[in-house]
Design a binder for this molecule. Sequence first.
Ligand SMILES: NC(=O)C1=CN([C@@H]2O[C@H](COP(=O)(O)OP(=O)(O)OC[C@H]3O[C@@H](n4cnc5c(N)ncnc54)[C@H](OP(=O)(O)O)[C@@H]3O)[C@@H](O)[C@H]2O)C=CC1
Ligand SMILES: CC(=O)N[C@@H](CCC(=O)OP(=O)(O)O)C(=O)O
Length: 342
Amino acid sequence: MTLRVAVAGASGYAGGELLRLLLGHPDVEIGALTANSNAGSTLGEHHPHLVPLAERVLSETSAAVLVDHDAVFLALPHGHSAEIAAQLPSSIVVIDCGADHRLVNPAAWERFYGGAHPGTWPYGMPELPGARDNLRGARRIAVPGCYPTAASLALAPALAAALVEPAVTVVAVSGTSGAGKSLKTNLLASEVLGSASAYGVGGTHRHTPEMVQNLSAAAGKPVTVSFTPVLVPMSRGILATVTAPAMPGVSASLVRQIYDNAYAAEPFIHLLPAGQWPVTKATLGSNALHLQVALDPDAGVLIAVAALDNLTKGTAGAAVQSFNLALGLSETAGLTTVGIAP
Ligand SMILES: NC(=O)C1=CN([C@@H]2O[C@H](COP(=O)(O)OP(=O)(O)OC[C@H]3O[C@@H](n4cnc5c(N)ncnc54)[C@H](OP(=O)(O)O)[C@@H]3O)[C@@H](O)[C@H]2O)C=CC1
Ligand SMILES: CC(=O)N[C@@H](CCC(=O)OP(=O)(O)O)C(=O)O
């Protein structure tokens, strides 16, 4: 079975990564590629690494161009997917890499994104309890944010097993591709190179409510999250350090056992051997999340460290993984756990 898929926002970073993965997908034929200001140019002008598609001309983004496909991947800025999706029949699988349909709580949406809540779609993080079943046969999928993927998968097992109190601190460094390719002053090489800078501090980053949503669901009770993102001079990658106060009596061996059990069957969660800590470089281009956990008995905290490629497991890889589940394909088709080194 060959499925015809379209990518809207093909000139952007997430669109380019989707196409890199889809070119290696055994069940996919790549149909329409669309953009906005760059419509009319060739894909090769934006993504010279995507050689087989280099001559393809980008179309305007419209429902008329996207309609004749089995699945449509939307890699558009926030606020643009609901309108397009509403014009596509429910028979087409629509996978939204943006944030528009991730949050369940309309008040959280209005506070962090503004405007009316566009609605909630099945959430594309199969490793969370219950999520995989919601994705099988889904026709609309919300791909998670990159930071929430790292933080949620890092701490969900500990919260689900009540190893920690529901008070979570996340400090995560990210490469600059997380911000997309549009020009921003704080992303100039002269600002980024040789420096690390915190931003969105004090509960203001829009990924905070997504982490709260995921971790509260895992815990089965409300969880608070203090999130501090840090921009660092690398192209791809997120390294998230996630901590929470350990419950009395929790031992390092119990922590290890809970994480081993939680992720033993997960194809894309790589729990590292004890004593080895995640590095972003090992995840680049792969759909794997590398994870390690430890207990700090003096400070009384559990520490989980997760690394992933923000464009792969953090966006396009999660999108393809969810697409596979929705269409009844092998969950791992077109995806790899093999990174690039050195
Ligand atoms: N980068 C990342 O690590 C992650 C990104 N995402 C999400 O993926 C989506 C895309 O992000 P990213 O690729 O980084 O962004 P980019 O800025 O790199 O790309 C944006 C894409 O959307 C197109 N576009 C811009 N404005 C419009 C519009 N008004 N109508 C239609 N298309 C438009 C652009 O076309 P043109 O080039 O012609 O202007 C381009 O193809 C976002 O919602 C983002 O939040 C999610 C997780 C991680
Ligand atoms: C480094 C950097 O700027 N990262 C972005 C991550 C955004 C992202 O990728 O997620 P969404 O899909 O929710 O937009 C940020 O902090 O806004």
